[in-house]
Design a protein around this ligand. Sequence first.
Ligand code: PBG
Length: 323
Amino acid sequence: MSGFPQLRMRRLRRSETLRALIRETKIDVGDLIYPLFVVEGSKAKQKISSMPGQYRFSSDLLAKEAEEIARSGIPAIILFGIPQKKDEVASQAYHPKGVIQQAIKAIKKATPHLLVVTDVCLCEYTSHGHCGVVVDGDVDNDKTLELLAKTALSHAEAGADIVAPSDMMDGRVKAIRQALDGNGFQNIPIMAYAAKYASAFYGPFREAAESAPQFGDRRSYQMDPPNWREALREVEQDIAEGADIVMVKPALPYLDVIRKVRDTFNYPLAAYSVSGEYAMVKAAAQQGWLDEKKIVVEMLTAIKRAGADIIITYYAREAAQWL
Ligand code: PBG
C-alpha cells in the first residue's frame, strides 16, 4: 500500500476544518513585536512617506498608541529614537533624558505590561550616520563598545524590558552583559541582532529614522548577503557572549538562514521583517495588485515555518486584526 490510488493527498484538504486539523504552523499575535519610531517634543505624529501607515510619534502620543497596541494583544514593541541633536559620539543615545529614555518611561507608566524592547545602536544619534565611533574614516569597533554598553545601561535604567543591539560590532553582547550585570540589571535579557545583513531592504527605515550613513555604507560591519555559514558563527558568538534571544534580519529573503539557525541552536529565535519587506507589500497593495491581508498572513506564516519564534513586523497591528 503505497502511492496512488490508495494514497490521495487531497483527502485531507477537502474542508477548512480538516485543513486546520493537520496544519503544521500556526501564527499568533503573541509572536509579534511592533517597531515604533519616537521623536522629541509633544503632540507630534509625522507620516513616514516610505512606509505608508507608519508614523514617528512624540512620547506623549506614543504612550497612547502603546495602550492600544497592548489592548490588541501584541506583547511587545521595539523602539527607535530620532534625536534632535546628533554628534560624533552619539551623546543623545545614552543621555538620561534622551528621546528613548523619556519614551520608555512614558510607555511603562501608561501600560506597564507591554514589553518595551529597545534597539541599541548609534546610527540615529551620530552626525555621520554610522553605527559607531568613526576614526580615520573607519568605524572603530572597540571604542564603540563602551558607548553601546552605556546606551544599553541607560535604557535599562529608564525601564526597558529587553535590550536589542543592532550595530554588529564584535564583542557588543559581552560588553552590554557586563555593564548590565555590574549595575544590578542581571535580569534584563539581551536580544542580539546576531545575523544582520548589509541589506538594501533597510532603505525605507533609513528615511524613517534619518539614519542613512553620510559616507560609505555598512558593509564593513553588517554581514555579506551571500553568506550563511558565517551567520551561524555570528549566532554562536553572540550566544557565547550571553545573548538570550538571537535574531536573523531581514526575514523573507533569508528564510534559509532562519532555518539553519533554528536547526543548529536551541535558543529563542527572532526574525525581523524589515522596512523594505513592508514597503514592497504596501506599495503593491495600494495599487490593488495583491490581496494585502492574505499576503501578510502567508509571509508571517512562512517566516514562522522557517523556524522563527518571534517576528518583528510593521504589520503587527494589522495582523492583530487579521489573525
Ligand atoms: C539600526 C537599525 C536598522 C534597522 C534596525 N536597526 C538600520 C540599519 O542597519 O541601517 C533596519 C530596520 C528596518 O529596515 O526595518 N542600525
